[in-house]
Design a protein around this ligand. Structure first.
Ligand code: NCD
Length: 311
């Protein structure tokens, strides 16, 4: 078996073997949930959420409970010692005395990395600013593999806020490791993918890509359409947000030109980008993605605690 990192900060920390192993564990959890129901008995997950989250935090918590473990933590920076001025480094050292593993979300890019350098227990990045969100990527990869049967030879469209959308950044990095991937970047000019990802990932790996502002013209070519919300909290002024927030709205009629086996993904929360009517289209997979996220977080917790085979 390949080495597994101590913490998960960026999706690139994981090798292809690591990711495949997590996908296999998740498949086994889905098929045999009872086998895993007590794997984390007596273990504690600390969820340190310095930024609001419903899905990701509850997904981690549900994952730990489904493994038989317990959860401690906070969901708001104001209810933590950060409000008294404590550093992330100190918080991580303190929590290492109480818990077995940390899941941290923070508005500042790099905070979970600092935590991992100071904690004596594994740290999972549950989203750091506009940087990355590796466990959402694990959910995305699990969904793509289960729905499409493969992670290669896919034309993947990313639509919406590609500048601040950290889930997009992490998924592009992960998909770029596979052969036959084509990337279609659909965004308003102001919300284009950061050039560091375009240069260091897409161009560096010679991945064919198209950049456009027009969703309709590229929709028929896509195997996967990854919609994202415009990230209001990362805007410096309200006016720009209001102007850009409804740039793309996926409606039932718009989706008519999509392939029959297209899958539509969205990390959620949805604001306006996908009309509710689309939910009943069998190609809409965003709620399956939520469930897969819990299974992949279970697999990840098991691997980081070295409990995937039991004690
Ligand atoms: C995403 C995030 O936090 O970046 N949400 C999530 O983790 N499910 C996407 C978003 O907030 O738009």
């Amino acid at each position: 078996m390949s080495d597994f990192p101590k913490s998960l900060i960026d999706i690139v920390d994981l090798s292809q073997e690591n990711i495949n192993e997590l996908l296999e564990i998740a498949d086994d959890i889905i098929a045999n949930p009872k086998k895993y129901a007590h794997r984390c008995d007596g273990k504690k997950l600390a969820t340190l959420f310095f930024e609001p989250s419903t899905r990701t935090r509850l997904s981690f918590e549900a994952a730990m409970y489904d493994l038989g473990g317990n959860v401690i933590g906070f969901s708001d920076a104001m209810s933590s010692s950060a409000s008294k001025g404590e550093s992330v480094a100190d918080t991580s050292k303190v929590i290492s005395c109480y818990a077995d593993i940390i899941a941290m979300r923070h508005p500042k890019e790099g905070a979970p990395l600092v935590a991992s350098m100071n904690a004596s227990i594994p740290v999972i990045n549950a989203g750091d600013g506009g940087h990355c969100h590796p466990t959402q990527t694990l959910a995305d990869l699990c969904t793509i593999r289960r729905e499409k049967g493969r992670l290669d030879n896919l034309t993947v469209g990313f639509c919406g806020d590609l500048k601040f959308g950290r889930t997009v950044h992490s998924l592009i990095s992960a998909l770029s490791e596979h052969t036959g991937i084509k990337i279609v970047l659909i965004s308003p000019a102001e919300l284009k993918l950061p050039s560091y990802i375009k240069n260091d990932v897409i161009k560096a790996k010679n991945i064919p890509y198209v950049q456009t502002t027009d969703l309709d013209s590229v929709l028929p070519d896509l195997d996967i359409l990854y919609m994202t919300r415009v990230q209001k909290e990362r805007f410096f002024n309200e006016e720009d947000y209001l102007r850009l927030k409804d740039s793309y709205i996926l409606t039932e009629s718009r989706l008519e030109t999509g392939k029959d086996d297209l899958i539509v993904l969205h990390p959620l929360p949805r604001v306006n980008e996908i009309a509710v009517g689309v939910d009943k289209d069998p190609r809409a997979c965003y709620f399956k993605q939520v469930l897969n996220g819990k299974y992949m977080r279970m697999a990840l917790i098991l691997k980081l605690l070295g409990l995937e085979k039991g004690e």
